[in-house]
Write a protein that binds this ligand. Structure first.
Ligand SMILES: C[S@@+](CC[C@H](N)C(=O)[O-])C[C@H]1O[C@@H](n2cnc3c(N)ncnc32)[C@H](O)[C@@H]1O
Length: 246
């Protein structure tokens, strides 16, 4: 089975793969104050919606880095370059301070968590540029049982307060931050499940149907009972601090 199949089907009717509403980017764009035109890079970009919006709103050039080429097939803009490869390897080939805006929205796992992601983006972002990151955060101390169900250790995510400290330690100001609303997260999870069930309903010959249904039911049950008890989903818009002149 294609390793991206579950997520491709689950997000088939969605513009992006995040519990934040798609309109979130419209709130962020006014904070991206740079002189003239620039370049935005989106890492683990999915269908590239954020880049499309920024390119259109600000006249930027865009680079969309997404390992699953199926997701980027709909991108049709001369201003956007699509890179279908492992972002961690691709970034190694980039020069320092290349981009006015670097995005990693829900894809911090690529670099092994929040700290590493901000560090990587810091390297490729211009001194006067912006970083946009979204990541799950611990709302309360997870139980061993819950961690076992997710198959992760506690240090995969941080509490929001630790993320804020990481930003400050790496010399960034948070110019905008937001936590996903429970109602929006509910809608996202419900839509994802409905897409899986609709696919199974329409494709009764598919040999993966049982696996898809079981995985979707397991996650929806976990979401309904425990996920939002232990987890939040945050976004941060960061700008590098300017050095004091005195
Ligand atoms: C949670 S989704 C977020 C997608 C997108 N940022 C959005 O908001 O719609 C994570 C994305 O990262 C992509 N991805 C995972 N590992 C990757 C890697 N090593 N390099 C590039 N993309 C990767 C996945 O295919 C998926 O589209």
């Amino acid at each position: 089975m294609n390793k991206f199949k579950y997520s491709r089907i689950g997000t088939s009717s969605l513009i992006h793969n995040s519990p934040f509403p798609v309109t979130t980017i419209d709130k962020i764009i006014p904070y991206l104050k740079v002189e003239g035109k620039g370049t935005v890079i989106d890492i683990g970009a999915g269908k590239g919606h954020f880049t499309e919006k920024i390119v259109t709103a600000k006249g930027f050039q865009g680079v969309v880095v997404e390992i699953d080429n199926y997701l980027t097939q709909g991108i049709d803009s001369k201003q956007i370059t699509v890179v279908n490869e492992d972002a961690a390897k691709y970034l190694l080939r980039l020069d320092v301070h290349t981009f006015e805006c670097s995005i990693c929205f829900g894809s911090a796992h690529i670099f092994g968590g929040f700290y590493n992601t901000i560090s990587e983006l810091n390297r490729i972002t211009k001194e006067n540029g912006f970083i946009i990151v979204s990541e799950l955060t611990w709302k309360s101390q997870p139980t061993t049982e819950f961690l076992g169900k997710l198959g992760i250790s506690t240090d995969v995510y941080n509490p929001d307060i630790k993320n804020r400290k990481i930003c400050a330690d790496l010399d960034f100001d948070i110019v905008y931050t937001e936590k996903v609303e429970k109602r929006d997260w509910d809608i996202f999870e419900e839509t994802f499940l409905q897409n899986i069930l609709q696919y199974c309903h329409n494709n009764t010959e598919d040999k993966d149907i049982d696996w898809l249904k079981t995985r979707a039911a397991f996650w929806k049950d976990l979401y309904d009972t425990e996920v939002t008890k232990y987890l939040d989903c945050n976004l941060y818009v960061l700008r590098k601090r300017t050095p004091n002149k005195v």
